[in-house]
Design a protein around this ligand. Sequence first.
Ligand code: HEC
Ligand code: HEC
Length: 193
Amino acid sequence: MNYFLIFFISLVAASHAEGEVIASRGEGLTAWNRIYEVVSHPRCSNCHVGPSDRPMWSGPSYGEPRPHGMMIRAGDSRIGAETIPCRTCHVTNETGGQDVPHAAPQVADAWRLAPVEADWFGRSSDFICAQLRDPARNGGRTVEELAEHLGHDVILHWAWAPGGTREPAPYDLESHIADLRLWGAAGQPCASD
Ligand code: HEC
Ligand code: HEC
């Protein structure tokens, strides 16, 4: 794509909202690289698995990455309704759960796997980039709607304060949301475009 075309697309994107920032492709890709560090981190990707149906145990506190112990499967329900419901151990807890190493994480929402389309575990930067900007695969959301979703979703807030000996996701919620908006202002570029 030539630079004139990118500039033109940025103008069209920016015309939706007055005062919206217009960012360059380079700024957008730099923001995306930080977004990828977050979404590919175990605190996010352990739940963002595809059709395998198996939540993952990975990250420094787990040793070698492996599927969730105890033969846990999420099923088509993504919440274990067909076998052992996630809430049997991941109790919905308004106060944020306990800070004990290796205890089942608890949050103030029903603990469950992400939608099968949001398949991030072990995926490349380009794969996740293409998924997140595709409304057919991201829950029909614009980038602004994604940013708002992140602000409201208490499950993923846990990823920055996971308790026990778990390594938190990098950066913080606010800078992750700012990066999404910056990526959006640049027209949601992916490195392979
Ligand atoms: C029998 C109890 C039990 C059930 C049922 C269960 N879990 Fe877990 N889960 C655990 C425990 C315990 C841990 C923490 C293990 C550790 O830290 O060593 C855990 C950890 C996890 C993690 C890793 C979190 C992280 O990044 O550290 C994910 C993801 C997860 N569970 C998803 C699920 C999902 C989805 C379901 C339902 C389909 C489910 N679990 C059902 C006990 C359970
Ligand atoms: C306990 C499992 C779990 C963890 C951990 C988790 N998510 Fe999710 N995620 C979900 C579920 C469930 C949904 C669907 C919620 C909805 O659409 O309302 C979701 C949806 C999303 C979406 C909507 C986009 C899409 O393609 O569907 C984004 C973006 C997202 N999560 C980002 C994150 C980030 C970033 C982290 C880590 C900081 C994270 N998630 C950690 C379960 C999880």
